[in-house]
Design a protein around this ligand. Structure first.
Ligand code: TYM
Length: 505
C-alpha cells in the first residue's frame, strides 16, 4: 500500500521523509519552542507568546518610572529584558506611591532536593524588589502539586522516592536553598501546602474552586481526561495564594484554625482584600494567573486584580528552544553542583554560537545571541560594560568560544560557591523561623500620598469600613476581648483534657 503522500503526483517524494513540525507549547507543565520539519528544536518566540497570552511588554517608560519611584537603577534582569512582560505593573507602582505597600508572592514546585540556576532567576529578582520596596513576601512551596504531577507522569503509579513525604522533604531542602539566596526573615513567610493550608486560606480555596469549571481549567493548562482529579483542583490553591486575605496572621490579624477557633477570626478581614499583590515568575506560570485575574473581583471580598512581572527562561545548556529543567540533569546546572561539575557541563554541553575552528572564528566572528555561555553571563554578570565588551569581542572574532566558556565557568562557580557557603548556615531552626506564621515587619513607602488606605496601616478606617485591626495591628477592643476569652477557653479545655488523660493513665 502506498502512502497518500507518495501516491499524490503533486507531492515530491522527499516530503514523505519530513517530520511534522511541532508547535510552540508553553504552560506550567510544558516549555518548548517546538521543532521544525527536520525535528530540530526552535527557539521560543516570546513576541508570539505575549500576543497569545495577551500580556503587555515592559517598556523603557516602565523602567524609567520604576527607577524614579525606587530611586535606584533597575535590576540587571530588568535592564537586560529577562523580565520582559507584565500585567498591571503600573498599578503596583501606583499602589506603592499611593497606599505605601503591596504584597509580593512567588513560589516553587519542589520536584527534587536541589534547585537549578534557572529557579534562582525569579527569586533573585523578588529579593531585590523586597529590598527596594520594603514589603511583605510570601513564598509557596507546592509539594502537593509536584506529588500530583509526578504521579500523573508515572501513569498513576507511585514510584519509590515519590511519596507525599518525599515531596515534603524536597520542599524543606528547597526552602533552605531559597533562604540562602538572602531573603529578609522579618518580612518573608515561606510555607509548604501540606503543612500550612487551612483557615482563611482554605476558605478562599473553596470559594475560588467553585468559580472555575473543569473545561476552563483543562483549556488553560492542557490537562487531559485521563489525568488525576488532583491537578485541576490544585490550581485554585496557587491562585488564592496571591490574596493577602489568605494570610491574616502576617498582617497582625487572627486566623481561624483548629484547635483555637479564634472568634475574632470568625468573619473575614475585609481590609486585607484591599492590598494589591505582585507576582514575579517566568511566563510558564501565567496561565494560572490568567484564571486568577478573571476572578479576583468576583470573590466575596473582591480583591484588586493581581499584577504580574514575567521573565523569559534561562535556557537549557543545549540552547534556546527549551528551559533549564530539573527533570533533565544534562540540561541544568544545579545549585548543589561542584566547581568541577559546572566546568564539565559548560565545556561539554553548552551550545556554542562560535565557528567550527578557531581560525574561522577569528576571521568571521561568532554569534553571542545564541551562545549559551554568553546567555548565562547576561543573567549573572553584574557589569553592563563588561557584558557589552564580551559581546563585541565575540562578534569580531577577538574572543574565542573556549574563552567565553571559561569566563562563564568562573562566574557561575563563584556564584554557586557563595550560595553553598550561605546554605551551610541555614539550619532547621532558621528554616522554621521563616515558616512560622507571624506578623511581618515592613515599612513600605515612607511617603505615600494616601497612607491610611490599606489594612496594614489603619485597618480599613480610610475607606469608611469598621476598623478591624486597630492602629497597632493588635485588633480592635472587641477583637482583643474575644481573643482573650477564646484563649482562656482553650486553656480550660487543655487542662480538662490533661486531667482526663491523667485519670485514664
Ligand atoms: P517551578 O518550581 O516550576 O519554578 C519555580 C519558579 O522558577 C521559574 N522557572 C524558571 N525561571 C527562569 N528560567 C528557568 N529555566 C525556569 N524554570 C522555572 C518558574 O516560572 C517559577 O517562577 N507551580 C509553580 C510553583 C508556584 C509558583 C507560584 C511559581 C506556586 N505559586 C507563584 C511562581 C509564582 C512551580 O512549579 O514552579
Amino acid at each position: 500500500m502506498t502512502s497518500a503522500a507518495t501516491s499524490d503526483p503533486g507531492v515530491p517524494p522527499i516530503a514523505s521523509q519530513k517530520i511534522a513540525a511541532a508547535a510552540q507549547a508553553i504552560d506550567p507543565y510544558n516549555v518548548s519552542g517546538g521543532t521544525d520539519e527536520h525535528g530540530n528544536a526552535v527557539a521560543i518566540d516570546y513576541d508570539r507568546l505575549v500576543q497569545e497570552f495577551g500580556t503587555q511588554l515592559l517598556t523603557p517608560e516602565h523602567l524609567a518610572r520604576f527607577e524614579k519611584v525606587t530611586g535606584k537603577p533597575a535590576h540587571r534582569l530588568m535592564r537586560r529584558g529577562v523580565f520582559f512582560s507584565h500585567r498591571d505593573f503600573d498599578k503596583i507602582l501606583d499602589a506603592y506611591e499611593r497606599d505605601g505597600t503591596f504584597m509580593l508572592y512567588t513560589g516553587r514546585g519542589p520536584s527534587s532536593g536541589s534547585m537549578h540556576l534557572g529557579h534562582t532567576v525569579p527569586f533573585l529578582f523578588t529579593k531585590e524588589l523586597q529590598e527596594l520596596f520594603d514589603v511583605p513576601l510570601v513564598i509557596m512551596m507546592t509539594d502537593d502539586e509536584k506529588y500530583l504531577h509526578t504521579r500523573n507522569k508515572n501513569e498513576g503509579r507511585q514510584k519509590p522516592g515519590n511519596t507525599v513525604e518525599d515531596f515534603i522533604a524536597f520542599a524543606h531542602e528547597n526552602i533552605k536553598d531559597i533562604i540562602a539566596l538572602g531573603f529578609d526573615p522579618k518580612k518573608t513567610f515561606i510555607y509548604t501546602d501540606y503543612e500550612y493550608l487551612g483557615g482563611h486560606f482554605y476558605r478562599n480555596v473553596s470559594e475560588f474552586e467553585s468559580m472555575v469549571t473543569l473545561s476552563q481549567s483543562f483549556g488553560a493548562m492542557g490537562f487531559k481526561m485521563e489525568y488525576n482529579i488532583g491537578l485541576p483542583a490544585y490550581g485554585a490553591k496557587q491562585c488564592v495564594a496571591a490574596f493577602p486575605s489568605s494570610y491574616p496572621e502576617l498582617f497582625g490579624l487572627p486566623d481561624s484554625r483548629y484547635p483555637t477557633w479564634d472568634p475574632a477570626a470568625k468573619m473575614r478581614h475585609k481590609s486585607l482584600s484591599k492590598i494589591m499583590t505582585l507576582i514575579p515568575c517566568a511566563i510558564d506560570q501565567e496561565p494560572y494567573f490568567r484564571i486568577l485575574r478573571d476572578r479576583c473581583e468576583r470573590m466575596t471580598d473582591p480583591h484588586p486584580k493581581t499584577a504580574l512581572i514575567l521573565s523569559k527562561f534561562l535556557t537549557a545548556l543545549q540552547g534556546a528552544g527549551g528551559k533549564m529543567s530539573a527533570s533533565d540533569a544534562n540540561s541544568a546546572i544545579f545549585m548543589s553542583d561542584t566547581p568541577n561539575q559546572i566546568k564539565k557541563k559548560i565545556n561539554s554541553h553548552a551550545f556554542s554560537g562560535g565557528r567550527e575552528t578557531a581560525e574561522e572564528q577569528r576571521e568571521l566572528g561568532g554569534n553571542p545571541d545564541v551562545d549559551v555561555a554568553f546567555t548565562y553571563l547576561s543573567y549573572f554578570l553584574e557589569s553592563d560594560g563588561e557584558l557589552e565588551t564580551l559581546a563585541t569581542r565575540y562578534r569580531s572574532g577577538d574572543l574565542l568560544t573556549g574563552e567565553m566558556k571559561a569566563k562563564c565557568i568562573a562566574e557561575l562557580q563563584s556564584f554557586v560557591a557563595d550560595f553553598q557557603k550561605r546554605r551551610e548556615s541555614v539550619t532547621d531552626e532558621v528554616m522554621r523561623s521563616f515558616m512560622q506564621p507571624r506578623k511581618l515587619e515592613f515599612k513600605g513607602n515612607p511617603n505615600p500620598t494616601k497612607p491610611a488606605a490599606p489594612a496594614v496601616k489603619e485597618e480599613g478606617a480610610a475607606n469608611g469600613e469598621a476598623k478591624e485591626g486597630g492602629k497597632d495591628g493588635r485588633g480592635t477592643k472587641g477583637e482583643r476581648k474575644a481573643a482573650k476569652l477564646a484563649e482562656k477557653k482553650a486553656e480550660k479545655e487543655a487542662e480538662k483534657l490533661a486531667s482526663r488523660q491523667k485519670a485514664e493513665a
